[in-house]
Design a protein around this ligand. Structure first.
Ligand SMILES: Nc1nc2c(c(=O)[nH]1)N[C@H]1C(S)=C(S)[C@@H](COP(=O)(O)O)O[C@H]1N2
Ligand SMILES: [Mo]
Length: 286
């Protein structure tokens, strides 16, 4: 959002802020039931849902004395949502920096709720009080343009939960020079992720002429390896004209019918939830 629209109060994530690996561990649901939580006795007032909190008291974070996040109780208790306490990553014990000995993993949901070095789980009728739940990871309205104008919106805006459908062009990279093969077609590679629990991604389209025409990408292994929660890797062969300042766009559609529909997302102060067409910019095609 910063590089494509305007300055934000936030981190430059670029295209690498994505978690795609094998996580293993018990469902949070089963841990809560084993701890005596009676699902039907968790009180709902019918207005605000209950929340499951994950907390790590191991030390200060940039903006708080600790780290924590919460998700709706119903999501944690839904076996289909596969909210787990991960003890293994890619078949091995969690590496220290990814949360050893145990972390929450909330698939389809922004990484902020997958709390590392987990110390405590609790249930509450409020969301986590941690700074990162209350004053971060929210899509503020465009009127919130700096810390002062944002202040009143933090309590009004919902915490982010599911991430939007998105795609990424890994090759070619922006500002690179490509020599057009005699075929006149350029190979483009990338990944795409579905919206929240609506995976897998079933279609990726790529354009070499700023969206006038689109070509269907091949999903790796015909998309078979893309699960509900994972990315799909894709490749496409697109015709391009020689010249400078060329762009390539990509857009994905998931099994739930969600797709990237606009060249640019609406700006928000924290620069979160961007899912405009993915683009490689400023290519020189020789
Ligand atoms: N204890 C703790 N857990 C945390 C964080 C943190 O700062 N402290 N950061 C969160 C955020 S914002 C993200 S994106 C993910 C990153 O997980 P990773 O380091 O395994 O990639 O961890 C989440 N869990
Ligand atoms: Mo994050």
């Amino acid at each position: 959002m910063r590089t494509r629209i305007k300055e934000v109060l936030g981190v430059d994530w670029f295209d690498g802020a994505v978690m795609n690996c094998t996580w293993e561990g018990p469902r949070v649901r089963d841990i809560l039931l084993a701890a005596g939580v009676q699902e039907d006795r968790v009180v709902h007032d019918g207005v605000s849902p209950m929340h499951v909190h994950f907390a790590n008291y191991g030390g200060k974070t940039q903006q708080d004395e600790w780290y924590g996040g919460s998700i709706p109780f119903d999501r944690a208790m839904d076996p289909e949502m596969e909210v787990i306490l991960a003890v293994k990553m890619n078949g091995l014990p969690l590496p220290a920096r990814h949360g050893f000995p145990v972390r929450s993993v909330v698939p389809g949901v922004l990484g902020a709720r997958s709390v590392k070095w987990l110390d405590r789980i609790s249930i509450s009728d409020k969301e986590s009080p941690c700074f990162y739940q209350q004053h971060d990871y929210k899509v503020l309205p465009p009127e919130a343009v700096d810390a002062a104008t944002a202040e009143k919106y933090w309590v009004l805006c919902p915490s982010m939960l599911e991430m939007p459908v998105n795609s990424c062009i890994a090759y070619p990279t922006s500002e690179s020079t490509i020599t057009l093969p005699s075929s006149g077609s350029i190979e483009v590679l990338g990944y795409a992720v579905p919206q929240g629990h609506h995976g897998p991604v079933i279609r990726v389209q790529v354009s070499g002429d700023e969206g006038k025409t689109w070509v269907d990408a091949q999903l790796e292994d015909g998309g078979e390896t893309g699960s509900r929660w994972t990315w799909v890797l894709w490749n496409a062969s697109i015709k391009m004209e020689r010249g400078k300042g060329k762009k390539i766009f990509a857009k994905a559609t998931d099994a739930g019918g969600n797709s990237q529909t606009q060249e640019r997302s609406t700006w928000n102060l924290r620069g979160v939830g961007y899912n405009g067409y993915e683009a490689a910019f400023d290519l020189t095609v020789l």
